[in-house]
Design a protein around this ligand. Structure first.
Ligand code: ZN
Length: 439
């Protein structure tokens, strides 16, 4: 840890005043602008100091010039829906929530180019995540940047509190007054947003009542915090938006979205996050997906986890889940809804719901991008969801999201251009986090 501390401090590159120039890259800046060839990016103090045609940018003397002709640079991926620290291997448990495990997850995300992650309501010790975030903002950055919701909200005996390892993760609330008091506690903990679950998990469990989630959203807004909801049903999405919801943390999956929902999303300037890999995770391991055998996937899991995921016992367990066939349909519905919302001009945010068992941090973010393209978005649109749109939703676009002069230099250098094939986001050459090489 001592070494890590030194490395972390050095990796800031602030004290050294070092200047790095990434020279002659093909640039996708995240704004949606056409890609530009032969671009140089001048980085110092963790930020983009200059960016433009290499012919016009003279590297300052003493700069570390990195020739990258033929490589593509895109913004670091901002994941608006992740979970951190509760899982080791394929097991979720409260005792896993330690500083070491949190750091390991943040390093894993960053090594895959996921430079920002929003921890969505499963921070059982919010003060621990607050400390991580404050240290990062103070300059000690050893993995993906964290935004966090602290503990989220659900009904008494509601989803997901009833799942293994989830007791005590969300607040289980039964009155509006109680909900408001807990939101106050989270606000005191300086969370970045408020998260709630409004889902009966296919009719099995209690669902947060409208009067309670209305109070949660209202109290969040009193603290100038955005409110995001795990939801499933179209009818709930509409009621939540009427109550002021700022983000759908998953797709509507029971029905196709309609003009009424689109109007409500736009009225709230709300963000829609699809989490297509989340649906896939319910059934995909029954199919023995080809990516299990790729080095890009395998570098993110332990040999034991890989062996389990590939075992007949695990495949049979997933295949035997009576919900699995339903989730194949939910996935199709979610994909179609994503395309419809994108075409309607709703802000699409990028999110995966990685972190719970089997939803592999790092790899799934890249697979999510592939599934979004399969749903009908262009690679350029998908990259925008994970950069510009994500930063706008978080209210941090002054500093993050796109690669422009003055902004933080969180970026990925790729061997191949993802506009040709979105799977090229997996050809990671280097990740820069706060202007320093992460790997
Ligand atoms: Zn989640």
């Amino acid at each position: 840890m001592k070494n890590c501390f030194l490395l972390c401090v050095v990796s800031l590159g602030l004290a050294s005043g070092q200047v790095t120039v990434l020279q002659d890259v093909d640039l996708i800046d995240g704004t949606g602008a056409a890609p530009r060839k032969g671009v140089s990016i001048v980085i110092s103090g963790g930020r983009v100091r200059d960016i433009g045609p290499s012919s016009q940018i003279k590297p300052p003397s003493g700069a570390n010039v990195v020739p990258l002709a033929g490589k593509t640079v895109m913004p670091g991926i901002m994941n608006l829906h992740g979970h951190i620290g509760l899982v080791k291997g394929l097991t979720q448990a409260r005792e896993n929530y330690t500083r070491d495990n949190i750091d390991a997850h943040l390093r894993m995300y960053a090594s895959y180019g996921v430079t920002t992650v929003v921890s969505m309501g499963s921070d059982i010790e919010p003060e621990l995540m607050l400390r991580v975030r404050d240290e990062q903002r103070g300059g000690r950055l050893s993995g993906a940047r964290v935004f966090f919701a602290g503990r989220g909200f659900t009904a008494q005996n509601g989803y997901p509190a009833v799942l293994p390892g989830n007791k005590g993760v969300p607040y289980e609330v039964s009155t509006a007054a109680q909900a408001r008091a807990y939101v106050d506690q989270m606000a005191k903990m300086k969370v970045d947003l408020i998260k709630m679950w409004v889902d009966d998990e296919l009719g099995r469990y209690a669902k947060l009542a409208p009067e309670i989630y209305t109070a949660i959203i209202d109290q969040a807004h009193k603290h100038k915090l955005k409110a995001a909801a795990h939801l499933f049903y179209l009818a709930d999405a509409k009621r939540l938006l009427d109550a002021g919801l700022d983000a759908m943390a998953h797709s509507v999956r029971d029905e196709y979205v309609d003009g009424d929902l689109i109007a409500k999303l736009k009225k709230n300037n709300a963000t829609a996050i699809a989490t297509l890999t989340r649906e896939q995770s319910v059934f995909v391991y029954a199919d023995g997906p080809a990516w299990l055998d790729t080095p890009f996937f395998q570098r993110g899991v332990s040999p034991e986890t890989l062996a389990t995921l590939k075992s007949d016992a695990y495949r049979n367990k997933v295949a035997g889940n009576p919900d699995a066939p339903k989730f194949r349909t939910f996935f199709e519905t979610a994909s179609r809804n994503l395309k419809k919302l994108q075409d309607a001009g709703v802000r699409i945010g990028f999110g995966t719901d990685t972190g719970p068992p089997g939803r592999i941090q790092g790899f799934f973010e890249h697979w999510e991008m592939e599934l979004m393209v399969q749903a009908g978005l262009t690679p350029m649109q998908v990259i925008q969801t994970a950069s510009k749109n994500a930063a706008e939703y978080l209210g941090v676009s002054k500093d993050f999201g796109t690669l422009e002069k003055g902004k933080v230099a969180d970026l990925i250098v790729l061997d191949k251009n993802p506009l040709d094939d979105i799977r090229n986001t997996r050809t990671i050459h280097t990740v820069y986090l706060g202007g320093q090489k992460f790997q």
